[in-house]
Design a protein around this ligand. Structure first.
Ligand code: SF4
Length: 251
């Protein structure tokens, strides 16, 4: 019996070349974001690399504002790895119950604090492999710590950056890792550190998940998104509620 010819399958492209920004446009796009966000920094509150690491671990599926609310009291009680390990999972849990996945997060923070003491004299290592060996720390968390705490040109791809990189043509890719590699290749090295913040802030406040607010986006001229959102028309804008005058009790 004749054997069926094996079908030639081309590997699917990770990027869609038609909608990629040119290198020049990448520079102009980032320049516009730099002007829009002149103080690019994390919205998580922390005083040391250890506190940043803990805050990032706690931030999974939670807003930065909610994390800050919990860590203000937690870091006052346990500012470093030794105090955090001594507090233990149950003690940590009592500070973070308002956050999603708090049980697992409390266990991870207690254990990573213990391991930091055991392996790194209580300090946060500046090394990806050592960071990723800690519980609750994946590639994204390691990249945030390396970028924000140690100034290394790494790019952590969170949900905002993944969406924005694909939507705008800045660095299209099917997986966070593919987007990360594209960004590291395409963003000028001197801009990598700040780009992390520019993109997160832009994704959070302008290029939003459901409806990007293109009409007020200063980076729009270089963005390759085709269905740019027009300004809301006065007819669809929400009417302002007028307050009724208070009833006159003397009438
Ligand atoms: S023009 Fe629209 S889609 Fe493009 S970056 Fe700005 S907000 Fe996002």
């Amino acid at each position: 019996m004749a054997q069926a010819k094996p079908r030639k399958t081309r590997p699917k492209p990770v990027v869609a070349p038609a909608c990629r920004m040119s290198r020049d446009d990448v520079r102009s796009f980032l320049k516009a974001l730099a002007a829009a966000y002149p103080n690019p920094r994390s919205e998580l509150e922390y005083a040391t690399p250890f506190q940043l690491l803990v805050a990032v671990v706690l931030s999974a599926q939670t807003t930065d504002a909610a994390v800050n609310k919990a860590t203000r009291a937690l870091f006052a009680r346990a500012p470093d790895a030794r105090a955090m390990a001594a507090l233990g999972a149950e003690g940590i849990a009592s500070y973070i119950r308002s956050l999603g996945l708090w049980r697992a997060k409390a266990r991870n923070v207690a254990e990573l604090s213990r391991l930091l003491i055991e392996r790194h004299a209580g300090e946060v290592p500046k090394d990806r492999a050592a960071l990723e060996a800690l519980p609750g720390v994946g590639r994204k968390t390691a990249n945030v710590v390396l970028n924000v705490a140690f100034g290394q040109p790494e790019m952590a791809v969170d949900t905002h950056i993944f969406r924005l990189a694909n939507r705008t043509g800045l660095a299209p890719g099917k997986t966070p890792r593919a987007v990360e590699e594209e960004l590291v290749q395409r963003v000028p090295p001197e801009d990598l550190r700040d780009s992390h913040h520019w993109l997160i802030l832009h994704g959070r406040y302008v290029c939003k998940a459901r409806t990007p607010e293109c009409w007020r986006c200063t980076a729009a001229p270089w963005c390759r998104y085709r269905n740019k959102t027009p300004p809301p028309s006065p007819a669809t804008a929400k009417p302002k509620l007028r307050r009724r005058p208070a009833a006159d009790p003397t009438v």
